[in-house]
Design a protein around this ligand. Structure first.
Ligand code: NAD
Ligand code: GLY
Length: 370
């Protein structure tokens, strides 16, 4: 059953920090998008050099109907710029405009802009409110929701950051029209991950609608975004700061982060690395006797149909498995040097646990030549 293109917001329940995820077309032109936001003398829209020329004027026109001063700061584009230098550009702009502690930050862009804006909001004057306006599929189904904010460190992905929730998430479906095809596929990796960890009926639905999603049919996109946000809201509502359950949202990410860091940030897109990582994590689950080969093949086929890579890259021609293992030991889920993986423990159910290095090495070797 598909979701209508315009549907009620998804609610994320976090007590007095609860908020809505609004999904639909035309949100950047709809004054209702701003209803209920706190008064602020100034707003700082944070975007990047690619997204700002496409959507900043539209968003700023809307913001000007409600707020007196609306500023814009444009960051360089790309994962390679998710760093202290870009973060400082946000602080420079806020201070140059004498923005006070009630200033509202608005993140307009993909996950890179969203994660950095959220971190800036958590730090500026010890915390100012912020709104997420995600413009990639990946950001609409995952990164804009749940309050994880961060920048990268050369030694590890998203290592410096904070949990800090937005006041609202506005997923304007119209913004996906301009998204490059490769980025759309990258977003589908994060959509696919929700099936095996939480909802096999959703995985069936994705299999039936993968071409419609790649064609950007609005009803299919609306349903995929809504169901993904519902699952994420349910998990985050139970475990905001990842003391346990929330880790399942990292299915595919342990291998994926190693690929991103090992290749150099920006070589493989985050979603591409996660897509390949989903298949690797499924293979590891199979080696541990948790799922059968048919399940792995089902997931591999879907990831491939989404336009994502399923053969892992070689990160070191001398000792590839050792390089992967070294990179995975700095994953945030690692405990006392032991890598912990999100594995599938039967369809629709995830578990977080360690695995013998030798077994992981076999999965890496198989995945690099599969
Ligand atoms: P991204 O932010 O780099 O955006 C991808 C590319 O698309 C960029 O070049 C961007 O400028 C461009 N773009 C964005 N919107 C566009 C549009 N509407 N039209 C045309 N071009 C557009 O990448 P992403 O995939 O959105 O996000 C990946 C990041 O998200 C990673 O840094 C990852 O770590 C992070 N992430 C965070 C969480 C979280 O919970 N906070 C979850 C998943 C991923
Ligand atoms: N993307 C994983 C999380 O938000 O926990």
């Amino acid at each position: 059953m598909d979701t209508p293109v315009i549907s009620p917001p998804v609610h994320i329940e976090l007590g007095d920090r609860s908020y809505e995820i609004r999904i639909g077309p035309g949100l950047l032109e709809d004054p209702h998008s701003l209803e209920g936001l706190p008064a602020a003398s100034s707003v700082m829209v944070v975007s990047n050099v690619t997204v700002a020329p496409l959507y900043a004027a539209r968003l700023m026109r809307l913001l000007c109907t409600r707020f007196r001063q609306v500023h814009l700061v444009e960051l360089p584009d790309g994962e390679a710029h998710k760093d202290w230098g870009s973060l400082n550009l946000i602080f420079d702009a806020l201070l140059a405009q004498a923005c006070d502690r009630k200033t509202l930050l608005v993140a307009l862009g993909g996950g890179v802009v969203g994660d950095m804006t959220g971190f800036a909001a958590a730090c500026y004057m010890r915390g100012v409110p912020f709104v997420q306006v995600p413009t990639t599929l990946l950001a609409q189904v995952d990164s804009s929701v749940g309050g994880k904010t961060a920048i990268n460190h050369p030694l590890g992905k998203n290592m410096i950051g904070a949990f800090y929730q937005p006041l609202r998430v506005l997923c304007d479906l119209d913004t996906l029209d301009t998204l490059p095809e490769r980025e759309l596929s990258a977003g589908l990796a994060e959509v696919i991950k929700y099936g095996p960890i939480a909802d096999m009926a959703f995985l069936d639905w994705i299999e039936d609608h993968i071409e419609a999603l790649r064609r950007r049919e609005p009803a299919a996109l609306a349903h995929a975004i809504r169901r993904s946000c519902e699952i994420k809201a349910e998990v985050v509502g139970q475990d905001e700061k990842e003391s346990g359950l929330r880790a399942i949202l990292n299915f595919g990410h342990t291998f994926g982060h190693a690929i991103e860091a090992g290749m150099g940030y920006g070589q493989w897109l985050h979603g591409e690395a996660v897509g390949c990582g989903l298949v690797m994590a499924a293979r590891l689950s199979q080696r541990l006797g948790l799922v059968d080969g048919a399940f792995v093949e089902r997931l591999r086929t879907l990831v491939q149909r989404a336009g994502l890579p399923v053969v892992a890259p070689v990160l070191d021609v001398q000792d590839n498995a050792a390089r992967y293992l070294a990179l995975m030991r700095v994953d945030k889920k690692a405990e006392a040097g032991e890598i912990r993986f999100v594995l599938i423990d039967g369809p629709g159910r995830a578990v977080v646990r360690g695995a013998p290095d030798a077994l992981v090495a076999e999965v890496i070797n198989d995945s690099c030549r599969a």
